[in-house]
Design a protein around this ligand. Structure first.
Ligand code: DX5
Ligand code: ZN
Length: 216
């Protein structure tokens, strides 16, 4: 089943509990949590304490997207905080196979993330180990950016690779996803849709989620 994953980066942090319960009630499938270190990406967000607090208020699975250097040092901490999915970037991991196995060993879903300029063929020797691949459709670091059009091609290529080889791997898309393009992204082959500003920036979040679900 395809999944809508609201990204709390775009939520009002002074009102986080209410907003998370609102999207949960509206049928969101997963809560996407962006961890930024001001180093791998030019922004700082929040850490494991926030994940633990969010985990206490929702039954939804938590998808932790690590935009940090040396992610292997923090996997246990996010596991203990309640992460269900953890993804790490291809671009800053010298030992990607090791860190993916580290995540899977804890019983979590492990994902590999590709930046917009990293080609899909870079996944050739890791995709078999990954539970999901996250295609960044904006440069990571900020919410509210515009979807980069060639991401659709990347999703199609990845879908074909997964289909041909019968891999058990989902495709997640993150950045600039909204009501205007979610149908096309779904048709390209995506399974999980990360939506920050298009959901948390909306007056009626429930209506947006309902419409998104009817389009995917
Ligand atoms: C960007 C983050 C995204 C962000 C998406 O680096 O990884 O998850 O929250 O925000 P929107 O949906 O507004 O592009
Ligand atoms: Zn993200």
């Amino acid at each position: 089943m395809k999944k809508i994953c609201p990204s709390i980066l775009s939520a009002d942090f002074s009102d986080l509990k209410k907003q998370i319960l609102e999207v949960e009630k509206a049928g969101a499938d997963i809560i996407h949590c962006d961890i930024m270190d001001g180093n791998f990406v030019p922004n700082i967000s929040f850490g494991a304490k926030v994940i633990a607090d969010v985990n206490n208020i929702t039954d939804l699975p938590l998808d932790v997207h690590l935009m940090i250097n040396s992610p292997e040092r923090f996997i246990d901490e996010f596991y203990e905080a309640g992460a269900d999915y953890i993804s790490v970037h291809y671009e800053n991991n010298l030992h990607l196979n090791r860190v993916i196995n580290q995540i899977k060993y804890l019983g979590l879903k492990a994902g590999v993330v590709l930046n917009p300029s990293t080609p899909v063929f870079m996944l050739d020797d890791i995709i078999e180990s990954a539970d999901y691949v996250l295609i960044m459709s904006v440069n990571p670091g900020f919410g509210g950016q515009k979807f980069i059009p060639n991401s659709l091609d990347k999703i199609r290529k990845l879908k074909e690779k997964i289909f041909k080889n019968n891999y058990k791997c989902d495709i997640e898309v993150d950045g600039g996803v909204g009501l205007g393009n979610i149908k096309e992204i779904s048709e390209a082959g995506a399974d999980m849709f990360v939506c920050g500003s298009s959901i948390f920036g909306a007056e009626n979040k429930a209506e947006v989620i309902k419409r998104m679900k009817s389009l995917i």
